[in-house]
Design a protein around this ligand. Sequence first.
Ligand code: 3HC
Length: 312
Amino acid sequence: EPEAYQREFDAKIDRGDFIEPKDWMPEGYRKTLIRQISQHAHSEVVGMLPEGNWITRAPTLKRKAILLAKVQDEGGHGLYLYAAAETLGVSRTELIEALLSGKAKYSSIFNYPTLTWADVGVIGWLVDGAAIMNQIPLCKCSYGPYARAMVRICKEESFHQRQGYESLLVMMREGTPEQKAMVQDAVNRWWWPALMMFGPPDSESVHSPQSMRWGIKRVSNDELRQKFVDATVPQAEVLGVTLPDPHLKWNPERGHYDFGPINWKAFWDVINGHGPCNRDRMAARRRAWEEGAWVREAAEAYAEKANRRATT
Ligand code: 3HC
């Protein structure tokens, strides 16, 4: 009877065992995983747009090759994550339609423009750096397919972060004064949106209590955000850039950096569709879905023919 299933599920979660697709799970567990994994996948695919914008304008063949590889990785991460979400009983079409209808979210960070080449390096350093912080604990998420996808994705993300930081080091150490100013300008624009990637403050995080009980969220939004700040401030010092927060200061009592207040109104505005690039991002995704329809139809027709041949 259902109580026995619930007890067994709870015991598995408490033991830190993986829940697998065929296991019994509470409907709420399934729903919140479909929500989070599909939005994570949407973030990866939408994230290809701001970076892809610079592939044809990368300053050298080496930088172009690195950026191509990175954007291609993001597409692959999206596919892993859509596939992980589909193990919970939803179809790819349903997930994409939820994105295109605005019902499903994608990470706020991708609603900002990439104005100069320095943005590409700063995205690698800060955005992929924040993504790694958030994704490492997800390798221990209680849902097996998601955790296993994360292990593979985290390996590629660390390359993304390193290549971004390295390209900024080159600009800061060998660049012209204009190039150094370009890096500082990009840091000024991306710093606060990167802190917002970790989600609202714990006090306003509607999903955190249940997600932590279910072993989906292992570390809270605020704790990960603090970890990211503590790790990134020394990197900014090595780089020779300043972070746009006058309150940023090491607090020996806390053993952490204190930092200034985050503009949560701006965060919710971006999430509710009013960021600088939301319209462009959705238009690009809608166009890709429409222009790709013939490929899906051809693949389905081909599969049907192959099935017919196999069964006659
Ligand atoms: N952007 C957009 N929406 C956000 C958000 C953000 N940065 N942070 C929170 N939200 C949304 C949540 O999705 C939720 O809305 P919903 O109920 O409609 O889904 C609402 O704000 C309340 O937030 P909660 O903290 O209660 O929600 P969660 O418990 O889901 O925590 C999260 C938010 C930490 C982002 C969590 O969903 C998570 O860890 N997701 C997986 C990681 C992820 O999606 N990362 C995207 C980063 S970009 C990326 O990975 C690409 C990389 O290659 C650069």
